[in-house]
Design a protein around this ligand. Structure first.
Ligand code: NDP
Length: 332
């Protein structure tokens, strides 16, 4: 018998999440039976902490539920011939150390995953955040060579891939992030221009200086005031991919305008919200493209690894505060 540890939402977040909003539980898992049921026992090896957990907890969870989320897990016991012991999978079973599955909800890592490549990347650059960058840029921004792409939260899991894919696509890339170390990281991985949005005197001026002609594409991870300023610097017929609005997720009182309509009309902009799940049927295509670029060294990956399952709430809160460079993950 295995006792799983799991983090529950003790209290719905009110404003910025606090460690006291979480509760560590122990859950006794039944032994796997022989015959009939083709079940598996899995242990989480890496768990993801993502911004969506903040708004989705309010929408989809009740107090006492186990926190939502994905993990890279290893099969430790198998009564299912499709999964041998030792197989690594991606699962969406929330903040748990162990769980039982019939295999239907598990995704194998791509079969050509190199042994030397950290499996945690299946939660980041070669996983959901990487796919978000890939489909958001190709299908929503519809970037073309020679264009200028702006991305915010640029040193994070999605943003750092957006910038690198835009460079591969022949674009000029401008990125904004919340610390000088992050700005140095962006320059290191090939961004043409990068600045710290927290320390510039004027965001408007900094955006203008980085690209005096304006922006063809804006991959918006942040929303709020940043987006309100940036929209005025779009070029005519510019495209805005509304990917995230992290500057608004912790608001108790909704932020008010300025409003987007006037620049949208006179610059004839396209602004489209999207969820990466729209392209679930092209997941394999996206993962193979990302994996290839990572293996070739054309896309660099950085991870902020927090050690210890007991530190999951701290890792989640740290990511929301901007402590991560690249993808924030927890190593059990
Ligand atoms: P990140 O790795 O980028 O981590 C979050 C980052 O957001 C922080 O590091 C911080 O960086 C920045 N941030 C936090 N608060 C603020 C704020 N008030 N203003 C500006 N920046 C802030 O996360 P992800 O890459 O996983 O996600 C990025 C965005 O993409 C999120 O909005 C997320 O919800 C969205 N997303 C959308 C998906 C979709 O399907 N539409 C799928 C996946 C993600 P800094 O130091 O630069 O401030």
């Amino acid at each position: 018998m295995v006792i799983a540890k799991a983090w529950a939402l003790k209290k719905h977040f009110d404003g910025f999440p606090k460690t006291s909003d979480f509760d560590l539980k122990k859950i006794e898992l039944p032994n796997l039976k022989d015959g009939g049921e083709q079940k598996l026992l899995l242990e989480s090896v890496f768990l993801s902490v993502d911004p969506y957990m903040r708004p989705y907890s309010r929408r989809d969870m009740k107090e006492g539920d186990i926190m939502i989320g994905t993990q890279v897990a290893r099969v430790v016991e198998s009564k299912n011939p499709a999964f041998t012991v030792g197989t690594f999978v991606v699962a969406g079973r929330g903040w748990r150390t162990h769980f039982i599955s019939d295999g239907k909800d598990l995704q194998l890592l791509p079969s050509n995953w190199p042994e030397s490549l950290p499996k945690s990347l299946a939660l980041g650059t070669v996983g959901m955040p990487g796919l978000t960058a890939y489909f958001g840029l190709l299908e929503v921004c519809k970037m073309k060579p020679g264009e200028t792409v702006l991305v915010n939260a640029a040193a994070g899991a999605v943003g750092s891939v957006v910038g690198q894919l835009a460079k591969i696509g022949g674009c000029k890339v401008v990125g904004c992030a919340g610390s000088d170390d992050k700005v140095a990281y962006l320059k290191k991985i090939g961004f043409d221009e990068a600045f710290n949005y927290k320390t510039v005197k004027s965001l408007d001026e900094a955006l203008r200086k980085a690209s005096p002609d304006g922006y063809d594409c804006f991959f918006d991870n942040v929303g709020g005031e940043f987006a309100s300023v940036a929209i005025n610097q779009m070029k005519k017929y510019g495209r805005i991919a509304v990917c995230g609005a992290i500057s608004q997720y912790n608001d108790s009182v909704p932020q008010k305008g300025p409003y987007a309509q006037v620049p949208m009309i006179f610059k004839e902009l396209q602004m489209e919200g999207f969820l990466v799940t729209r392209w679930n049927n092209r997941r394999e295509e996206g993962l193979q493209a990302l994996l290839k670029w990572v293996v070739e060294g054309k896309v660099k990956c950085h991870e902020q690894v927090t050690e210890g399952f007991e530190n999951m709430p701290m890792a989640f809160i740290g990511m929301l505060k901007g402590e991560n460079v690249g993808k924030a993950v927890v190593k059990v």
